[in-house]
Design a protein around this ligand. Structure first.
Ligand SMILES: [Zn+2]
Length: 166
């Protein structure tokens, strides 16, 4: 809610900058694999070697696979980082947390890049407010609704070691 307009252009600029270098289609870890259930470290150093390139490759992988989200532990990095398509753009979230939600629950048949053909209905909040660090390490807040909220909750579950098939 608070940053969705003001950071939109910054986000677009960041994605354009990230799009310059060579890109790698990342391999997706398939369930069952203990790395999908491991503890994921919070990110504190946003200038860590390889981190920005990794984010670029996550975005590229989502776009190539026509996916709506990807969490770092699915691609071998056990850190609290996920990308979700929100308002049709990649939203890069470090250390995301749901800080508020409405009462209404919704569900759709969800699939997952790590879970083959499985389709599972999972109850999710329809209306959430999240806080996350952007790629510069600035704490941001956003209100997310409907399908986008489902995607974000699915990705946050990954960061907590949880899959739709669990
Ligand atoms: Zn998934």
């Amino acid at each position: 809610m608070t940053d969705s307009v003001s950071t939109q252009s910054g986000k677009a600029r960041m994605i354009r900058e990230l799009s310059k270098g060579p890109k790698v289609l990342l391999g997706i870890i398939q369930h069952p694999d203990e790395r999908l259930h491991a503890t994921n470290r919070a990110v504190g150093d946003f200038n860590a070697p390889g981190l920005k390139e990794f984010v670029q490759n996550m975005v590229y992988t989502i776009q190539r696979l026509r996916a709506v989200g990807l969490a770092a532990p699915q691609v071998e990095w056990n850190i609290k980082l996920a990308v979700a398509i929100v308002n049709r753009r990649p939203l890069v979230m470090f250390n995301p947390e749901i800080v508020e939600h409405g009462d209404e629950e919704i569900s759709i048949k969800e699939s997952c890049l790590s879970c083959g053909d499985a389709e599972v209905e999972v109850k999710r909040w329809n209306d959430i407010r999240i806080e996350y660090d952007n790629i510069s390490g600035t704490r941001c807040s956003a209100r997310i609704i409907g399908i986008d909220a489902i995607v974000v909750q699915h990705e946050i579950d990954h960061l907590n070691g949880k899959l739709i098939v669990d």
